[in-house]
Design a protein around this ligand. Structure first.
Ligand code: ADP
Length: 222
């Protein structure tokens, strides 16, 4: 399945580029010759192409994580978080989000994959916000030779009945019109945790929201 996802998403990129760029050309060169309905149809086509691009990119990310050997090194989680916050700068300011953290350790892991995990979990904490501006707190606790990271948010929360299901690919609890997305982010997180021989799970946060827990071995997978 991982190989199929990798090959098909690779091969789909080229025809998709073609559809997207001809839609752009059509809009640029003939946009003023179309009536409102025609322009609306074209906008739907562009939107579809953009969503497909996001889907292909996320599928590729998922399959690469499954296929590539881990590139283990000593990683400062503080630095990983700093980089994540830079990548999320726009989402943070647009949503008035605040991300705080406790002391974070160094551990042996694949830094690219840890960055992806932080990006997905903190990004979700911002995206699935409730009425109040998003507040996310990242903390770490050591238990034997394992570190457990907690990502606590004040968002809409997840019913415990779905706490397993959301880690399955394409499983979403909302329609795209309520919250944008394609349901791949958490399956990527689970894959990253598993590749490091770690675990991921969710618990409700006191006072609303969720806490995502990720446990990773301190010394990498070996
Ligand atoms: P996407 O974000 O593209 O929908 P994910 O795999 O990241 O896909 O998440 C799957 C589903 O889990 C989401 O659609 C949402 O219903 C739920 N979810 C994920 N993170 C959170 C969160 N922090 N708070 C509430 N619900 C969440």
């Amino acid at each position: 399945l991982a190989q199929f996802a990798y090959i098909s998403s690779h091969d789909l990129q080229e025809p998709l580029r073609m559809v997207a760029s001809y839609c752009d050309l059509l809009k640029e060169d003939y946009g003023d010759k179309l009536d409102n309905t025609g322009r609306e149809y074209l906008d739907f086509a562009v939107d579809g192409a953009q969503r497909m691009r996001a889907l292909i990119t996320d599928l590729l990310t998922y399959s690469k994580i499954g296929q590539k050997d881990l590139e283990l090194s000593r990683v400062s989680v503080d630095e990983v978080l700093g980089l994540t916050l830079k990548n999320l700068e726009m989402a943070i300011s647009e949503n008035g989000a605040e991300v705080t953290h406790g002391p974070l350790p160094s551990l042996t892991c694949d830094p690219g994959q840890l960055g992806q995990l932080f990006l997905n979990l903190i990004g979700n904490g911002i995206k699935f916000k409730g009425d109040a501006p998003p507040r996310i707190h990242v903390s770490a606790e050591r238990d034997g030779d394992e570190w457990t990271f907690a990502f606590a948010d004040n968002g809409i929360g997840i019913d415990q009945a779905y706490a397993e299901q959301v880690f399955t690919m394409f499983q979403r609890l909302h329609t795209r019109t309520t919250y944008d997305g394609n349901g791949i982010g958490l399956s990527v997180c689970r894959k990253i945790a598993e590749r490091h021989r770690g675990k991921i799970g969710i618990e409700p946060n006191v006072g609303g929201g969720s806490i995502f827990y990720v446990s990773l071995p301190e010394g990498g997978t070996s």
